[in-house]
Design a binder for this molecule. Structure first.
Ligand code: GDG
Length: 517
């Protein structure tokens, strides 16, 4: 690094990595869960940088209040956060509408869930332009802009429209569908052109990348690709961009450390006592129809019917984290899940044994890690998933190498984990039931060998590996070439209640102007 390099890492995502909620007239901040946040928090903490995103609320928040909220949150996070404010209508049509009723189901091969409402597309473009304006305001020309996920595909093309020069790259966290499915999108040509405005685009798996390139080839005559391996160069129309395959991962060491902590050990003892000596099967998912929760519950029910010896000996702990409850399909899904849980418990419960322990809430990270350690089997059976971090986190927490991972062929993580996980077709109810039975009776030696190999691979290819590879491919620079956290000295200087806690020099002046305008 030449020492003069001041280009910073600027993350742009739909949400800031926090949740704002008004409780009894006061704003409360909670760090948000979710794949992207879990992946990027450790990176920005170590390297500093900026995160631009929506605050998660449509209520107007005054400048002072916003400063009071984001200042401490930024200090605690170890990097700066700049807000994008959205109106209720924008959220309804850009986020719940185009992002979650069009792109999300279509890209997960579930076209029947799509609502191709024309005005959603206009709102999507408008809001993407709003994000582009925020990028223009809070970043400098030499900064490196890393845009995340399906809600913000059009940001680079909007930057171009606004004549704002930035190096911008994109990562798609969800799958990219095959040509036949993508062609159903009424705005397919414009959306593909928007993708092409980035300098580098990466997908989770080779299959997603291949699907994307197939779509370019089919829709734009003369598209050519050059190169082999995880990164190829695509010539399309007048653009030359790099396209990569980069499976996201987790902060492996932070999970193993927490799994081995005294705190988790105590919790584990407590949980073990309550569940007696049963084999514990764990499911952890956001409430989402792509996660295959009803199919999994039906498979569990079938396992109990088909293999009576499992009764009173196994327990399913299913956590469903509330999500997108405003979208009608998600409300219906919750009802379906709860009916199934109640049917299974009604059919099989005996005094002292409940077959499904169902939680519709999120748990703390410590509780989650303790459940990962507790679980003898993890059931990760999405109908389709970009990657699925739960599969990797579960393995990381199996510090005794005892657990078995049952994994869907349709999770992006299958590409990496299929050799040592027990693979299932998540639509095959009977197949999953048999996999549960086989996992319960798998020999300890086999479990140990499989889990050891899974963990070794995740340790080698953790989230730092992912970011480093991504940045090298996108910019030719490694993670260490980005400036050390500019906030580190400030963080060290902050005294718990001291006068330095007041927000100074974090660039909020710019944020304030934006909110006023
Ligand atoms: C998208 C893509 C891709 C879950 N429950 C709790 C909790 N979590 C955390 C997990 C994990 C994350 O949420 C879920 O990540 P996934 O990868 O499984 O799924 P999505 O949220 O759909 O993420 C996905 C990901 O982006 C990354 O690219 O893998 O395919 O859909 O980290 O630990 N965390 C806490 N309490 C809970 O109750 N604390």
């Amino acid at each position: 690094m030449d020492g003069k390099n001041t280009s910073r890492l600027v993350i742009v995502s739909n949400r800031l990595p926090l949740k704002l909620e008004k409780k009894e007239g006061k704003w409360e901040v909670t760090p948000s869960s979710g794949g992207l946040v879990s992946a990027l928090n450790p990176i920005l903490k170590n390297r500093g940088g900026i995160w631009i995103g929506w605050t998660g609320t449509t209520e107007h928040i005054g400048t002072d209040v916003l400063r009071q909220i984001l200042g401490p949150a930024s200090r605690e996070a170890g990097y700066r956060m700049f807000p994008v404010m959205l109106s209720a209508e924008e959220v309804s049509k850009y986020y719940y509408g185009f992002s979650n009723e069009v792109l999300w189901p279509l890209f997960h091969d579930l076209q029947s869930h799509c609502n191709f409402e024309p005005e959603y597309w206009n709102y999507y473009r408008q809001v993407n332009e709003k994000f582009a304006r925020a990028v223009s305001r809070y970043s400098r020309e030499e900064d490196f802009i890393w845009v995340h996920d399906y809600q913000l595909i059009s940001v680079a093309s909007k930057l171009k429209k606004l004549k704002v020069k930035r190096r911008s790259v994109f990562f798609l966290h969800i799958p990219f569908p095959s040509l036949d499915i993508f062609l159903k999108l009424p705005w397919r040509t414009d959306l593909l052109k928007d993708f092409l405005e980035y300098d580098f685009i990466a997908f989770q798996t080779a299959r997603d990348r291949r699907n994307f390139v197939d779509c370019l080839r089919a829709m734009f005559r003369g598209t050519r690709t050059k190169g082999r391996g995880p990164i190829v160069t695509v010539h399309c129309m007048d653009r030359k961009i790099k396209v990569g395959e980069m499976p996201i991962s987790i902060d492996y060491r932070s999970f193993t450390r927490l799994a081995a902590s005294e705190e988790v050990k105590d919790l584990l003892k407590e949980q073990r006592k309550r569940l007696h000596k049963n084999t514990v099967i764990l499911g952890v998912d956001r409430l989402d129809y792509t996660k295959g929760i009803p199919e999994r519950l039906r498979a569990y029910q079938m396992a109990l019917r088909k293999y009576p010896e499992l009764r009173e000996n196994i327990t399913l702990v299913q956590i469903v984290v509330p999500s997108r409850e405003e979208v009608p399909a998600y409300k219906a899904l919750r009802e379906r899940i709860e009916q199934l849980v109640s049917a299974i418990n009604g059919e099989f419960t005996t005094p002292g044994w409940v077959p499904v322990h169902y939680m519709h809430k999120s748990v703390t990270k410590t509780e989650l890690v303790s459940l990962y350690r507790l679980a003898d089997i993890a059931l990760v059976t999405p109908l389709k998933d970009g990657m699925n971090l739960v599969a990797k986190e579960y393995c990381a927490c199996q510090i005794d190498n005892k657990g078995v991972l049952i994994l869907s062929e349709f999770a992006g993580s299958a590409a990496q984990m299929q050799k040592d996980a027990v693979m299932v077709n998540s639509y095959d109810i009977e197949g999953i039931a048999d996999a549960i039975y086989n996992a319960v009776y798998m020999q300890p030696r086999e479990k140990h060998d499989r889990m050891r190999r899974l963990r070794r691979d995740i340790r080698r290819r953790d989230v730092f590996w992912w970011v480093d590879n991504y940045l090298r491919a996108a910019t030719g620079r490694a993670l260490v070439d980005f400036p050390e956290s500019e906030m580190a000295p400030i963080l060290h200087a902050i005294q718990p209640q001291g006068p330095r806690q007041k927000n100074r020099g974090f660039g909020y002046e710019a944020a304030e102007k934006d909110i006023r305008s």
